[in-house]
Design a protein around this ligand. Structure first.
Ligand code: HEM
Length: 296
């Protein structure tokens, strides 16, 4: 008797194509004459985008190096945009749309961090073939990266100086330096919901990185001890932690990529290189959100 199990049946012919007959020539039915209408490349300005990709040497890996930087800057631009959309809403007491926006930030950060996996395929020898092409240029001078840091609350006026010669970049960075950060706005929201926070926290000097403050820890403790009552604030706290968690991962992967590519040489931007980046790992953006775990 033949076995009844499908697993024992000999492989038969492939199943019939489920596409309805009208899809048989689907490609031929697409819009193929674009002489008079907006095409994909037109809409996305792909000529402009790809024209920005200009390796200086003939080194094979310079293409990769530029592509990963370009892709990273595009994600940074999206992150800046999402943060700048979320912050005024948060200031107005709205949490649902900012939570959605921050989820997008978290996903974009994952893409940024994933880019290291591609770049890590470049060896030190590959890199040295084009290193001379970019002189003193460095990601240290990325205005969008600085903007993300400023919006999240990592504030150090020195880091704005590379942009002083570009008023179009410098002015928005200066404005962000003097305005409340995402974390400051979250704390103001806690206060607006009746959780006690002193004026010295709410009206702090925004140009400096915030110091850990016992009253802020108490405020987050109130949220974490009664999440049902403060559900959106609790969600916001965890989302902020996701953002910082991902930020740390990006920094760590950058450092590791730098060490495996240039070792402990000085950076093209003039810092000590890996040593500088290692110290940046100690930066804590939302200190009380990490502390609250210990205190619960
Ligand atoms: C092999 C590739 C890379 C190497 C060797 C490298 C090296 C470095 C070094 C040594 C620094 C310290 C500043 C200095 O230049 O003196 C730095 C900073 C920085 N790099 Fe890279 N980098 C690489 C790829 C990237 C990529 C793909 C990005 C993406 C945007 C990036 C973004 C940054 C940023 C934002 C900083 C400033 C970090 C801070 O101030 O905390 N780097 N990089």
């Amino acid at each position: 008797m033949a076995p009844s199990s499908r697993a024992h049946q000999p492989p038969g012919p492939p199943p019939p194509d489920p596409s309805p007959p009208e899809d048989a020539d689907a490609a031929a039915r697409a819009h193929l004459d674009l002489t008079r209408s907006l095409s994909y490349g037109d809409y996305l300005h792909l000529d402009t985008l790809l024209a920005a990709h200009r390796p200086v040497t003939g080194a094979h890996d310079e293409h990769l190096f530029i592509a990963v930087h370009h892709v990273s800057e595009l994600w940074l631009s999206l992150i800046v945009r999402e943060l700048q959309a979320a912050m005024p809403l948060l200031a107005a007491g709205v949490t649902d749309a900012p939570l959605k926006g921050l989820t997008r930030v978290v996903r974009a950060q994952e893409q940024l961090t994933g880019a290291w996996e591609v770049l890590k395929t470049m060896t030190p020898a590959d890199y040295l073939q084009f290193r001379s092409a970019f002189g003193q240029a460095s990601g240290f001078q990325s205005a969008q990266y600085r903007m993300v840091e400023l919006l999240l609350g990592n504030r150090d006026p020195v880091l704005l100086r590379p942009h002083a010669h570009r008023p179009d970049l410098y002015a928005p960075l200066q404005a962000a330096l003097h305005a409340p950060s995402l974390y400051d706005l979250a704390l103001r929201l806690l206060a607006a919901r009746g959780i006690t926070l002193p004026g010295e926290v709410l009206e702090r000097d925004f140009t400096a990185r915030p110091e850990e403050h016992p009253a802020v820890l108490d405020a987050w403790l109130a949220v974490y001890r009664d999440p049902e009552h403060h559900w959106d604030l609790y969600e916001l706290a965890e989302k902020l932690l996701d953002v910082e968690d991902n930020f740390r991962r990006w920094r760590f992967n950058h450092l590791t990529t730098v060490e495996r590519t240039i070792g402990f040489k000085r950076g093209s931007g003039g810092t000590s290189g890996a040593g500088y980046l290692r110290r940046a790992l100690d930066v804590v953006l939302f200190p009380e959100l990490w502390q609250v775990r210990t205190s619960l």
